[in-house]
Design a protein around this ligand. Structure first.
Ligand code: GTR
Length: 512
């Protein structure tokens, strides 16, 4: 008589005894006849979902974890058994109780192996709070570790950005829908921000593609020499304030387009991206005048004539300016509000990272050769040959930072944070770090490792960072949410860099 008929005639008791897998691994049977592999389980095969058992039932099951997983526990049976081996010896009477039905499943639970992260150079662990507690959940990152990390960067490195309100007005709008030979729309406008202590005016230049349907993703970056230097377009307004390396420190029409190879506006437009820029001197001219010009004096409390030791320097002011341009971009209906990437080169790369760390409205950040107190790790000082030491940046450019930063120049190991944590503050938003092979002053490997050791935070927040991988050879691009490339050559921004930024933005801006 066939088994089916025996079952129907009731001579044999039988029931289903399903097997279930949580996590990744297989359930193997000692007899070899009742194996339920992960693939079988996922495919819903009978041997897992039904696993018909007849009369007295004996089997030894072993939970075999997949690579990167380990056995956690059994559920429903063998619960008291902490070993991955589970011995079943079920009498016929027990099978009979579930006759024709399904008994509760035997569940093998696997958990992911936790790889302990080893941070070199004595780097602080971004996922351990100041009080020493581990950050295990995204909620703990957002409510505790992220705010305290931001606070440490403000207090000890870049200085606090004042919160006081300023009155704002936009004026001198200009729109040309036939710019750059017809491929782009050019917009220029001024934003004045003021209070009773003074005012600053940001001269905003924006190019948007004419092709395709807007709103368009936009790269926003500050420029070093004036808006008129990013393209030869003769309609770009000249900066009205102090400009470095020009006659009498005044901008000149002769300099139109002399930094265009750093911007490549036409290439960006051709790939569907807009470009927005402001001259960084509009927020604070880049020289040490004891903070008398620029935006700083607007926020002095009564009697003060310079920022306090934990208040912003020039990088803080430039980062603030990026956010004030973003305020405009977010209300321009031709700009895609969730797709504004902030980009910066060198000292302006430091400002771009600090802006994105503070202002979560930036959808992406790009650091190009940002170096010391940008993307590269401070604790590599003395290890990385030729890396710009804190003592140098502090003596030449101390005004870029909070005065508090100077305490660490003789011992970067005492800094309460390192730069991987600045990058982590941008998580889970995509961040891209670019280095140049000859730019030892910026420490290419230290910039790479800034991203690498931020990656655990990205992973906690459900994103794929590049933690664990090695520094890529020149020209190879890492395009996980923490992205990277090393370009052969010098401290510069080139078309090659921009092409990589656009490739990365194609993948990740606006959710990818
Ligand atoms: C260097 C400075 C670097 C970098 C660079 C730049 O002199 O030491 O940290 O910011 O200037 O901005 O070009």
């Amino acid at each position: 008589m066939r088994l089916q008929a025996l079952l129907l005639s009731g001579l044999i008791t039988a029931c289903s005894h399903p097997l279930e897998i949580v996590g990744e691994g297989d359930i193997l049977s000692a007899s070899g006849t009742r194996d339920c592999s992960l693939a079988d389980f996922r495919a819903g095969k009978d041997k897992c979902t039904s696993n018909l058992v007849v009369n007295a039932y004996q089997e030894t099951y072993t939970a075999a974890p997949a690579s990167g997983w380990e056995f956690d526990k059994w559920l429903n049976y063998c619960e008291t058994n902490t070993s991955p081996s589970c011995r079943f010896n079920v009498p016929a009477s027990e099978v009979g109780k579930h006759w024709g039905k399904s008994a509760p499943p035997l569940v093998a639970v696997f958990r992911e192996t936790v790889q302990p992260t080893r941070y070199p150079y004595g780097l602080p662990d971004p996922l351990v709070s100041e009080s020493g507690s581990p950050i295990l959940e995204p909620s703990q990152w957002y409510s505790l570790r992220r705010p305290e990390t931001l606070e440490l960067f403000a207090e000890h490195i870049y200085g606090r950005t004042p919160a006081g309100a300023l009155s704002s007005r936009y004026y001198d709008f200009e729109v040309d829908r036939n710019a750059l030979g017809g491929i782009a729309t050019r917009k220029q406008l001024r934003r004045e921000l003021k209070n009773s202590q003074g005012s600053v005016v940001l001269d905003i230049l924006l190019y948007l593609p004419n092709e395709g349907a807007g709103p368009y993703p936009v790269f926003l970056g500050l420029n070093f020499n004036g808006n008129h230097t990013i393209n030869s377009d003769s309609n770009i307004r000249l900066p009205r304030g102090w400009v470095e390396a020009t006659e009498n420190n005044r901008a000149s029409a002769n300099d139109r387009g002399n930094r265009k190879q750093r911007w490549n506006v036409e290439e960006l437009i051709a790939r569907g991206y807009g470009v927005a820029t402001v001259y960084y001197g509009d927020m604070d001219p880049d020289y040490d005048d004891g903070f008398q010009n620029g935006v700083h004096p607007l926020f002095y409390s009564a009697g003060a004539s310079e920022p306090a030791a934990n208040e912003w320097g020039s990088i803080g002011a430039w980062a603030w300016g990026l956010s004030r341009v973003l305020d405009y971009l977010l209300v321009d209906p031709e700009v895609s509000p969730g797709e504004v990437a902030v980009m910066g080169f060198s000292r302006l790369g430091k400002a771009a990272l600090w802006a994105a760390a503070q202002d979560e409205r930036f959808a992406m950040a790009i650091s190009n050769n940002s170096g010391t107190l940008g993307a590269s790790l401070s604790r590599r000082e003395g290890i990385a040959q030729g890396k710009e030491p804190l003592s140098q940046i502090s003596s030449r450019f101390g005004y870029w930072f909070a005065r508090n930063m100077a305490q660490y120049v003789d011992n970067p190991g005492l800094l309460p944070v390192d730069q991987h944590q600045l990058i982590a503050l941008i998580a889970p938003r995509p961040v891209y770090i670019a280095s140049a092979s000859n730019d030892l002053w910026a420490d290419p490997l230290g910039e790479f490792e800034g991203g690498k050791y931020a990656s655990k935070v990205y992973q906690l927040l459900g994103k794929d960072g590049f933690f664990g991988s090695q520094s890529p050879a020149s020209h190879e691009q890492i395009d996980s949410v923490v992205g990277y490339h090393l370009r052969p050559g010098n401290h510069e921004v080139t078309l090659y860099d921009w092409q990589r930024f656009m490739d990365f933005a194609d993948l990740h801006l606006g959710g990818g």
